[in-house]
Write a protein that binds this ligand. Structure first.
Ligand SMILES: NC(=O)C1=CN([C@@H]2O[C@H](COP(=O)(O)OP(=O)(O)OC[C@H]3O[C@@H](n4cnc5c(N)ncnc54)[C@H](OP(=O)(O)O)[C@@H]3O)[C@@H](O)[C@H]2O)C=CC1
Ligand SMILES: O=C(O)C1=N[C@H](C(=O)O)C[C@H](O)C1
Length: 271
């Protein structure tokens, strides 16, 4: 019987909704080990055991020393905020640590910084790590090609009251996938707001609508609205565990990859 060394994984945003889900997933996976848990220097979680929220002891204390965390790690999974991810990115390049980035809400300059870092380390960047959402993106590619003419496209997403970015990274990715499948660019056709006397809907627009409230984990619906019929493609998340499991699949994928920027289509073989 051959024994392999488990992947040493640091989790950033350890006390966040996704951070906790990821810590549980890493502790439950035979091929992974929790090497470090990071939070902000002013976080009340510092000094606690990383699994204390679940009434368990992991033996890993939540800290704010990024350099020490990365010295002990081969991978960093980061679901924080764009500024946090960007700071961690530079540290990962210095330490040669591979990254799985789930954070959303990056601007163009921040995306360019991630692309530049991927020349030095392997990175999986995806606004949604769930298998179901990524299969939905493939369905949207097909639908967008077949429903190119005569169908108006609207994307509606709903999330919990704590979400800070809109539209969701997933909704934006859906828009990008649809636009690309139709030979267009999202920035040329996206409509993010409608208020007052808007006039008639411009042909070819891709509209976005955002709902925020309660504890909704993440719902996305794309409508293709024609004359006499409409097609709706919906994905609903009922647990954040799917994002955590997808992130561990991304770690396993990165373990055999050189520097480069990858996404969940690469991880799941959907390209
Ligand atoms: N790709 C995917 O599949 C998914 C992506 N997401 C995305 O992941 C991100 C996190 O979501 P969620 O877990 O719900 O958010 P939370 O607010 O629950 O958690 C964020 C964590 O990151 C920490 N943090 C915030 N700012 C910084 C910073 N500048 N530097 C370091 N750490 C920081 C927070 O600390 P503190 O509490 O002290 O602020 C907290 O621990 C969001 O962008 C969300 O859209 C979410 C689910 C799935
Ligand atoms: O903030 C969240 O919760 C989620 N964020 C991601 C996004 O912005 O698409 C993924 C998922 O929808 C949950």
């Amino acid at each position: 019987m051959t024994m392999t060394t488990p992947y040493p994984i640091a989790i950033a945003g350890a006390s966040g909704r996704m951070g906790r889900m990821l810590i549980e997933a890493v502790l439950a996976a035979d091929d992974c080990t929790l090497s470090a848990a990071l939070d902000r220097p002013d976080s009340p979680a510092l000094g606690q055991d990383a699994a204390a929220f679940a009434g368990r002891a992991s033996g890993v204390t939540i800290g704010a020393d990024v350099e020490a965390a990365l010295r002990a790690s081969r991978f960093l999974i980061d679901f924080t905020r764009p500024e946090g991810t960007l700071a961690h990115l530079q540290a990962c390049v210095r330490h040669g640590v591979a990254m799985v980035i789930g954070t959303t809400g990056f601007d163009d300059a921040q995306k360019a910084a991630i692309e530049a870092a991927a020349q030095h380390i392997p990175i999986v960047l995806a606004p949604n790590m769930s298998v179901g959402v990524n299969v939905t993106l493939k369905l949207l590619e097909l639908a967008a090609q077949a429903l190119r003419d005569g169908y108006d496209i609207e994307i509606v997403e709903a999330h919990h009251r704590h979400k800070v970015d809109a539209p969701s990274g997933t909704a934006l990715k859906m828009g990008e996938v649809i636009a690309a499948a139709q030979g267009r660019r999202l920035q040329d056709c996206a409509v993010y707001e409608r208020v007052g006397h808007t006039g008639e809907r411009p042909a070819g627009a891709i509209g976005f609508a955002t709902v925020r409230g309660g504890d909704v984990v993440g719902d996305h619906t794309v409508m293709f609205l024609g004359s006499g019929e409409r097609i709706e493609i919906t994905h609903k998340s009922s647990s954040r565990a799917t994002y955590a499991q997808g992130s561990l699949r991304a770690v396993r994928f990165l373990a055999t990859r050189r520097a480069g920027l990858y996404d969940m289509f690469d991880v799941l073989g959907l390209r």
